[in-house]
Design a protein around this ligand. Structure first.
Ligand code: UGA
Length: 469
């Protein structure tokens, strides 16, 4: 992406409110694209880290881009909302919408607070843009709210621009998205979004211009579809387990049908993270409020299938251990919800480690990046600093997050360290034959105990990208 704004002067000034995974990446990428950007957060620690060129979480490629953006002089960070209101022409709100403490609804406290803080301060024509994932109807409600508290009244406009980036691929997905979605209420709002996304639109990226409700729905529908696809193959894994069929071969055969495709059809321990699980729950909750709960009641099943995989993983580890987990040493390889992330929110790996611990197993957890976050979430578990340390004297090795370090491990080297050569491949990430030929007992969800030797599903994996930016 080179001198992207040369044909688009004068460029709007951009603020990004909330500097988590989404906001920090968006702020950095906007600056890389040539805009003047102010990133704002209420958390002074995050602002200090980002200002000094350090990313507060693990995201491949982002530290380099942050450095580049800071060096360009186009990116600053602040905790000051007065400064943000005075600075920005387009304000992106990227704060979190976690699951509420007392229900499966989304907690909109941070979204409401961010919009209110901006709206009460902005005193010239500007566009507020929501990027957070919200229940349908939120944008309409917030429009009324900001216009009632703003000195500008109806002059202050709101748009919704959902974000589809994946953790681990955040920079790539932000600079080169599959599509842009603009939820707008006026031609002026669309025009502002077209200006601020001009460098991406110039790459012929499709833009869908829609009303506010549709743009909110696109996001939750996309995440629901992905979650459903994963749970579909994992439901088939359950059927495989009852019949002796092999879900790995099944997934491969299905994936070769272009209409189905192989992405998000990888069987295993299932989905986690800060998005898919809470988004399907919040969507179901909102649909029930709207009187269309039946239309998405299947999302409850998608969630249940997903959670059952965690329990079934523990069952297989128990079987490998001979029927009882008490006192069994288990090496838990992985804690993050997926590789190339240090995020442990609703992480299947960490959940399995916790369930093993509760059954009396002696669990050693190792994750290349997520140990610190995992320790904060579950201080009772034992965290170690290397794969070798985790597997030392293990009775069972459980691969729970498919980091390259685990996928590429040498079965003989690991075998020399363990007490028993028994491995549970929770992510269908290993070549069963490599292990069984070295005397390992190999088990994977949805595969018969004597798994076929030909590995077929490895190409269903989302590989770490090489950043072409
Ligand atoms: C997801 C969506 O993919 C993004 O498009 C969206 O922007 C984001 O949520 C969000 O709403 O912010 P992310 O949570 O980063 O992104 O992770 P994914 O790559 O979607 O993976 C989600 C989970 O599904 C992981 O635990 C992964 O291990 C699991 N998964 C994925 C499978 O179990 N099987 C698969 O075939 C693919």
């Amino acid at each position: 992406m080179s001198t992207p704004l040369q044909n688009h002067e004068p460029a709007p000034k951009v603020t990004v409110i909330g500097t988590g995974y989404l906001g920090a990446t968006h702020a950095v990428c906007m600056a890389i694209m040539g805009f003047d950007v102010l990133g704002v957060d209420v958390d002074q620690r995050k602002i200090d880290l980002l200002s000094s060129g350090r990313v507060p979480f693990f995201e491949p490629g982002l530290p380099e881009k942050l450095e580049e953006a800071l060096a360009s002089g186009r990116l600053r960070f602040s905790t000051d909302f007065d400064e943000a209101a005075a600075f920005g022409d387009v304000h992106f709100v990227c704060v979190g919408t976690p699951q509420a403490a007392d229900s499966s609804a989304a907690d909109l406290t941070y979204v409401d607070a961010a919009f209110t803080a901006l709206a009460t301060r902005i005193d010239r024509k500007a566009l507020l843009v929501g990027k957070s994932t919200v229940p349908i109807g939120t944008a309409a409600r917030i429009t009324a709210m900001v216009q009632s508290v703003s000195p500008l009244g109806e002059e202050l406009e709101l748009a919704w621009n959902p974000e589809f980036l994946r953790e681990g691929f955040a920079v790539q997905d932000t600079l080169f998205p599959d599509r842009l979605v603009f939820g707008v209420s006026s031609p002026w709002a669309e025009q502002q979004l077209r200006r601020v996304f001009a460098p991406i639109l110039d790459l012929d990226t499709p833009a869908i211009v829609a009303d506010l409700a549709t743009s909110e729905l696109v996001k939750v529908a996309a995440n629901s579809f992905l979650a459903t696809k994963i749970s579909f193959i994992n439901a088939m894994a359950e059927v495989c387990e009852a019949t002796g069929a092999d879900v790995n071969h099944l997934a491969k055969a299905l994936s070769l049908d272009d209409r189905i495709g192989g992405r998000f059809l990888k069987p295993g321990l299932g989905f986690g993270g800060g998005c898919l699980p809470k988004d399907i729950r919040a969507f179901k909750y909102r649909a029930e409020e709207l009187g269309v709960g039946q239309a998405v009641s299947f999302l409850g099943e998608v969630d249940s299938i997903n959670n059952r995989r965690r329990v079934r993983t523990v069952d297989l580890i128990r079987e490998l251990a001979g029927g009882d987990l008490a006192g069994v040493r288990v090496a838990a390889l992985g804690a993050a919800f997926k590789p190339n992330s240090d995020d442990v929110r609703d992480a299947p790996a960490l959940d399995v480690a916790r369930l093993l611990y509760l059954e009396g197993a002696i669990v050693s957890v190792y994750d290349p990046e997520a140990n610190a976050n995992a320790h904060r979430a579950y201080p009772d578990l034992n965290y170690v600093e290397s794969m070798a340390e985790a597997v030392e004297q293990a009775d069972v090795v459980a691969l729970l997050t498919e980091w390259a370090e685990f996928r590429n491990a040498d079965p003989d080297t690991l075998g020399a360290l363990v007490n028993h050569r028994r491995i549970l491949d929770g992510r269908h990430a290993l070549n069963a034959n490599d292990y069984t030929s070295k005397g390992w007992q190999y088990r994977a969800l949805g595969r018969p105990a004597q798994a076929a030797t030909v590995e077929l599903a490895s190409d269903l994996r989302d590989e770490t990208p090489t950043l072409a930016v």
